[in-house]
Design a protein around this ligand. Structure first.
Ligand SMILES: O=c1[nH]cnc2c1ncn2[C@@H]1O[C@H](CO)[C@@H](O)[C@H]1O
Ligand SMILES: [Zn+2]
Length: 414
């Protein structure tokens, strides 16, 4: 069975790779641009959304990134940052996301005189407001920040210090982003060494536009705990005609060390990192039991959402509920949150959420013959509600050591 749209909408989701400045609501962008006199390519929100998706669909990361000039331009005041952050938390929650790490580059928001600290504080306050509004709407979400340094620039050490300074105020980690070609992770070694000394968390955009050299540097020299994209790790995997996969040393290391891949299928198709969703390495990497996670990258720029990414993957690879439960637990395990908080979200929110959907499937399946044949009349219709306690979905276990891999793989995943 393939997961349905309704089930996807209901399923608890976790996003680790979502750019704040790549996910504005189109109508907010229009309104903010009007306020500061920034000229947009389209002023009708629907057409503006289209414009982003089409312009980003260029086959080149550099051209994809050019579209951010319009979003960054309107995010230069504390008010604008607060609003965008609050709406981000609300939109993610409305999509069924229960935990999110949202990233952006503070150094890109100083044009109107804000300091780096003021930028982080504005986003912090906005996210908190969004969490509050989402909870009031019955959609609880926890959101953390990841501070990004632009890899072509020279402020990474400063941004790393900023991330450490705000680690107890909602900043969960540090990242570098921007044009990967020509800007290898080792350009920022001082920042990464500082972060490691401070026991801070590191993810690095690597293996998106550049291949194995970038991934190797990120993991082995810079201490990346997760890979932003990392999709080009497939360059180190050979699949023989009979389907057997051989992993090179780096691919084997990434898999053995359970380094999470923050995969962003739609974005990868737009930037040319993958030819299509159906041919996206997600399928192979999941099959080979890499620690794969599903992410949006940029909801506005890529015209997507977590539910969209799930739906596209389900269509391409025939994934069902247990697959998405696995990807979601993978993501939650990989979050830059304290262990006990990760565990609480897995055990109290994610697993029960998937189990409830599986339980409803059982109920729906048992109801059908009841109305058709009346076979289960005995207790009277309506009183034969089946036990919903043991749904037929193998939600991954976090503590179990039964399976060969600590991922707790779902039974039916290939
Ligand atoms: O997929 C990506 N690869 C590399 N850089 C990116 C990607 N998406 C966004 N940004 C860059 O990160 C900055 C901070 O959020 C954005 O302004 C954009 O330039
Ligand atoms: Zn990204």
């Amino acid at each position: 069975m393939r997961i349905t749209h309704d089930e996807i909408a209901r399923a608890p989701k976790v996003v680790l790779h979502d750019h704040l400045d790549g996910g504005l609501r189109p109508d907010t962008l229009v309104e903010l641009a009007d306020r500061v006199g920034h000229q947009l390519p389209e002023t009708d929100p629907a057409r503006l959304g289209e414009w982003f998706r089409e312009s980003a669909d260029s086959g080149s990361l550099e051209r994809y990134l050019e579209t951010f000039e319009h979003t960054v331009a309107v995010m230069q005041t504390a008010d604008a940052l607060r609003r965008v952050a609050a709406e981000c938390a609300e939109d993610l929650a409305a999509d069924g996301v229960v935990y999110a790490e949202v990233r952006y580059a503070p150094e890109q928001h100083l044009r109107a005189g804000l300091t780096l600290d003021e930028v982080v504080q504005a986003v912090r306050d906005g996210l908190a407001e969004g969490e509050k509004r989402a909870a009031a709407a019955g959609r609880a979400i926890v959101v953390r920040q990841i501070l990004t340094a632009m890899r072509h620039a020279d402020r990474s050490r400063e941004i790393a210090e900023l991330a450490v300074r705000y680690r107890d105020e909602g900043v969960a980690g540090f990242d570098i982003a921007g044009a990967e070609a020509g800007n290898p992770p080792t350009r920022h070694l001082a920042a990464f060494e500082y972060l490691r000394q401070e026991n801070a968390h590191i993810t690095i955009h690597a293996g998106e536009a550049v291949g194995l050299s970038s991934i190797a540097e990120a993991v082995q020299r810079c201490g990346a705990e997760r890979l932003g994209h990392g999709v080009r790790i497939v360059d180190d995997i050979t699949v023989t005609p009979d389907g057997e996969a051989r992993l090179g040393r780096l691919a084997a290391y990434v898999r053995d060390a359970r380094i999470p891949l923050e995969l962003c299928p739609t974005s990868n198709v737009q930037t040319g990192a993958a030819p299509s969703i159906a041919e996206h390495p997600f399928g192979l990497l999941a099959r080979l039991r890499f620690r794969v996670t599903v992410n949006t990258d940029n909801r506005l720029v890529s015209g997507t959402s977590m539910s969209e990414e799930f739906a596209r993957l389900a269509q391409a690879f025939d994934y069902d509920l247990d697959d998405f439960a696995w990807f979601t637990v993978n993501a939650m395990k990989s979050a830059f949150l304290p262990y006990d908080e990760r565990l609480a979200l897995i055990n109290e929110v994610i697993k029960p959420g998937y189990a409830a959907i599986a339980a409803d499937r059982v109920v729906a399946r048992m109801r059908r013959p009841l109305s058709e044949s009346g076979r289960y009349r005995q207790g009277g219709p309506g009183t034969t509600r089946p036990q919903a306690r043991s749904p037929k979905v193998s939600v991954p276990t976090t503590s179990s050591r039964r399976s060969a891999s600590s991922e707790g793989l779902p039974g039916r995943a290939v």
